[in-house]
Ligand binder design. Sequence first.
Ligand code: NAP
Ligand code: MG
Length: 399
Amino acid sequence: MGKIAMKTPLVEMDGDEMTRILWQQIKQELLEPYIELNTQYYDLGLPNREATGDQVTVDAAQATQRYGVAVKCATITPNAQRMEEYKLSQMWKSPNATIRAILDGTVFRAPIMVRGISPVVRNWQQPITIARHAFGDVYKAAEYRVPGPGKAELVFTGEDGTEHRQTIQEFQGPGVLQGQFNLDRSIASFARSCFQYALDTNQELWFATKDTISKQYDHTFKDLFAEIFEGEYRAKFQEKGITYFYTLIDDAVARVIRSKGGFIWACKNYDGDVMSDMVSTAFGSLAMMTSVLVSPDGKYEYEAAHGTVTQHYYRHLKGEAVSTNPMATLFAWTGALAKRGELDGIGALTDFARGLERAAIDTIESGVMTGDLAGLWEGEAPAQKVTGLEFLQAIRARL
Ligand code: NAP
Ligand code: MG
């Protein structure tokens, strides 16, 4: 059988530590034997970010804008200890933050479900995808510790000098104060990314805020979503038979717990931060979570939700056989390849990617898995714990 040919190159962003090793193994074992892999390779490993003054990250993000689909390996976000370890000239910014700023997107995270590992919430039969608005609110707020009595005001001075002034609180004693903001432009692109992703994945979209209490701030989110839905997406949603549903955030959490899953839950920044950890933990493990950044103009960057698994890497360097789960990294590849196939009209590529996902899930369901899953396993066959490489080889045998 000939290898599957590709048309447009896939933007490939290599990364660090244990995931860099898995990256190579995934390509060798599961991709290169079957696909004439056509990628634009960018090495985002920390040594090359240092060597290029982080230009490589910017180049990779711009290539994603040109080609439309990227796959990214987990990367180190430098801190003080990494400065020393890698002899860095600067504490380079998180590559994900750089890429997100250039692509202006929304992050969608969904669990990979397998039989034999059940969600803590028994009625969740389908994955719940969290869409997090990754801009503004409490993450970019101005804060003040009020020392004692005094008056706090909200003041906005327009470019033309007009002033809006409003009392927040007459403080009788010490307290706290915070000023948050967001931008119509960012909220609108968040909304479009969510509507587009719902169409792409054929799932319902839920969105929730606290607009009854926050009559300007949260209400603006609600209004912009409603306006964009009516103007641009209602007909497309009807065509696909999917719905957009808005409710209050407290009503949403209750409904999510009672639900069967199978929908996208769009969350404001803070809600998404908190709820994605709750939902992913309830589904099992970060190593069983897919993550994709979708820009409002339909560019896709697929990655794993976890980091570079540093502790495993150090043990690997000492010669130990480590059992690191490659599922999320593999699914970043299959997600990107399937999307590339879809955009280029190469059915064989999309089918191959979906088949590879099926083979990976079947491998776990047959009882062969990495250590992180073995502890959660409640399937009939006894769990057979293998290394990351052995797991990939078991998938290949099944494929
Ligand atoms: P991590 O790499 O996600 O690992 C934390 C722990 O979670 C691991 O020690 C391991 O637990 C478990 N784990 C995560 N992924 C696993 C997998 N695939 N298979 C098995 N177990 C897995 O997070 P971290 O240790 O906090 O961060 C390490 C580096 O990654 C940091 O330099 C950070 O900056 C970077 N990071 C990058 C991204 C990204 O690129 N998107 C995201 C987060 C963090 P056990 O040790 O108990 O087995
Ligand atoms: Mg968090």
